[in-house]
Design a protein around this ligand. Sequence first.
Ligand SMILES: NC(=O)c1ccc[n+]([C@@H]2O[C@H](COP(=O)([O-])OP(=O)(O)OC[C@H]3O[C@@H](n4cnc5c(N)ncnc54)[C@H](OP(=O)(O)O)[C@@H]3O)[C@@H](O)[C@H]2O)c1
Length: 292
Amino acid sequence: MKFLVTGSAGLVGQNVVRDLVKKNQEVFSVYHNDRPVDGTPINLDLTDLEKIKHTMQDIKPDIVIHLAAMTNVDLCETEQELAHTINVKSTETLAKQAAKSKAFFVYISTDYVFDGKEGMKKEDDIPNPLGYYGKTKLEGEMVLNNLASNWAIARTSTPFGLHPKKKSFPLWVKESLESKKEINVLTDQFTSPTYVPNLSKMIIEVATKQINGIIHLAGASRISRYELASMIAEKLNLDKKLLLKAKTEEMNWKAKRPKDSSLDVSKATEILDEKPQAIEQSIPLFLDEITN
Ligand SMILES: NC(=O)c1ccc[n+]([C@@H]2O[C@H](COP(=O)([O-])OP(=O)(O)OC[C@H]3O[C@@H](n4cnc5c(N)ncnc54)[C@H](OP(=O)(O)O)[C@@H]3O)[C@@H](O)[C@H]2O)c1
């Protein structure tokens, strides 16, 4: 199988490419600024829609895993045109090319397509994004819905893992508490934190088995930022008193964020061999990874 992976040096993408290469798959790693370590690197700015077409025609992948996105939710509010081009137009161009050559297309979407008024959303619940990032990701989903081809939309939530540039929330908590720094942690924002190695394997399973439709690929636990930080402090025997309880309304954010964007993962739990991990399982694995 020939894979084309966008966002290949990002938090999730670098793990996906590494796992595919380990499985001896042929992988073309599309990147913009950061050159990926694994796969055959292809430099491609996804705002260049003509170049996307040529790249797809040259490579002719069997499977496309589209992870690249403008993921900074506050920047998406102020740079809406760029966010729309990267998150919607590039998705549309890639997906149309994939459909022409009958390639299977996996689009990684987000829990932020929901408004978060209530959590544990299922695949067929009605999205209602609060911010521009969520709106563009939902529009990306709709592009696929309108294509009569083979695709999967995999929605995830708060991925965490090791990355040379991106510091995940659990690592930020660990490092802050170790340096005896007080940190504000939200008590009223709930998500389904997803360990990147677990997510990567689930994405690859969906891609290789060509599982059609929408699927939630996230951690199996709904948890607040504060509860998660407390869990990390307890596991590492660090001072929980340094965790200061904070509320979303105190944050000076440009973009509105859903209060409860947890995802129901019963479909993935039922049909995949790689099951969504509960937080009691994934946090010790991550802490092991960062301490060893
Ligand atoms: N992070 C989250 O909290 C979260 C939550 C739910 C869903 N998701 C979704 O999961 C996917 C992966 O997220 P992630 O956390 O791995 O993101 P990430 O670390 O921010 O990586 C995003 C990738 O997109 C690439 N990209 C951005 N603009 C580009 C452009 N113009 N041309 C080519 N590539 C471009 C970046 O490449 P360069 O750095 O080289 O520009 C980067 O590798 C995204 O689709 C995101 O929407 C993320």
